[in-house]
Design a protein around this ligand. Structure first.
Ligand code: KG4
Ligand code: ZN
Length: 353
């Protein structure tokens, strides 16, 4: 079954064609990075306009790269939320029009949960893959799920304050390293000593499953303020100290997740695999820590599918469609009955049994 995926939740427009939920036929992404750069952050109105400009050419590019005609598509999957509402509406309206025009089913999917399917692209499905534990570690979310199947997401833990990727971005800003913070902190950390500067260990109590990042960020901010007060350097932090700070911060930001995951595996010993996805999954130290400390096979997405893309939307859409179809609940003739949503539906994921 060939699914077209469409993604427009934030500052990347993406279209992809994926066969049977795992074989990527094409995946194209248009980044809006340059359009937002002068503003120092993503401007929702600019994002929506950029999506509008990019989406149709990207659709044709995805078809051309896969050497597929539009009528060969079996269903259209689109990000319904969470994200910037104006940005989401561009993708949703385009997908609705396309599905209607082609006479194909339309499958709305959740962006956060779709990230997990980024780790399953290229992995042929096996009967005994689940139950799994899945982590989405991105700029907006730090969510830990228990999964009984490809569409079952039971939220075990999330962040009580900042998301992990957001903390990389905020700490990079404090250190004057620019945006996004993750890749530059990872690069600087490679030359640093991760044990020289002490970091607070967040949410240590063993029965507490949630994540927390704001304390770590405040600690870093205080450290830089103190360095500024005592050093002659304008930034307060010299190059070797900067590398040590990045290494120590990264170790705790990622270590916290690995500790919680190991605790969750003790509570759920039946777990067969661990899936890790989202922008932070690109981090090599994260992958090494998981390999060292997590006693289960862990799957990460290829680098191209860690950050926002439409292949993960198409892959998740395949499974959602299969499930709905088997239950006779296809969305094909209900285009008007749903719309985009801006916030992740935490209550629904917590209550999923
Ligand atoms: O999943 P994503 O592309 O967008 C969201 O849906 O949020 O994640 C972006 C986040 C940013 O906060 C960025 O700093 C972080 O992922 N990130 C990284 C790395 N590459 C991107 N964090 C740590 N190490 C990296 N190599
Ligand atoms: Zn994302």
């Amino acid at each position: 079954m060939l699914i077209l995926g469409i993604e427009s939740s934030c500052d990347e427009t993406a279209v992809a064609l994926v066969a049977d939920g795992c074989r990527v036929r094409s995946s194209v992404v248009a980044s809006q990075f340059a359009a937002h750069l002068p503003f120092g952050g993503v401007v929702p109105e600019v994002a929506a306009r950029e999506h509008l400009r990019a989406i149709d050419p990207l659709f044709h590019q995805a078809l051309a790269e896969a050497q597929i005609q539009a009528h060969e598509i079996d269903a259209v999957a689109v990000t319904q939320g969470p994200g910037l509402i104006g940005a989401l509406l561009v993708g949703v309206a385009y997908a609705k029009g396309l599905a209607l025009g082609l006479g194909k089913p339309l499958v709305p999917v959740d962006h956060v949960q779709a990230h997990v399917h980024g780790a399953l692209l290229g992995v042929p499905p096996t009967a005994d893959f689940y139950p799994a534990l899945a982590l989405v570690v991105s700029g907006g979310h730090t969510n830990l799920y228990r999964m009984r199947g490809p569409t079952h997401f039971h939220l075990l833990a999330c962040s009580v304050d900042d998301a992990c990727g957001e903390s990389f971005d905020k700490v990079a800003k404090i250190l004057g390293l620019g945006y996004p913070g993750g890749p530059v902190i990872e690069r600087l950390a490679e030359g640093g000593d991760r044990n020289r500067i002490a970091m607070p260990h967040m949410v240590q109590q063993k029965n507490r499953m949630e994540f927390s990042y704001s304390g770590l960020k405040t600690h870093l901010s205080n450290l830089v303020q103190q360095a500024k007060a005592t050093a002659d350097l304008a930034s307060g932090v010299g190059p070797s100290q900067l590398a040590d700070i990045c290494a120590a911060f990264q170790e705790e930001a990622l270590g916290q997740i690995v500790r919680k995951l190991v605790a969750a595996l003790r509570l759920h010993p039946e777990t067969k695999h661990v899936l890790v996805a989202g922008g932070v999954a690109a981090n090599q130290r994260f992958r090494a820590l998981m390999a060292e400390q997590v006693p289960r096979p862990a799957l990460f997405p290829a680098q191209a599918y860690c950050s926002d893309n439409a292949a993960m939307i198409a892959a998740y859409g395949f499974h959602v469609w299969q499930q709905e179809h088997s239950q006779g609940q296809g969305q094909a003739d209900a285009l008007h009955e749903w719309d985009a949503y801006s916030r992740y539906q935490f209550a629904r994921a917590k209550n999923a049994t």
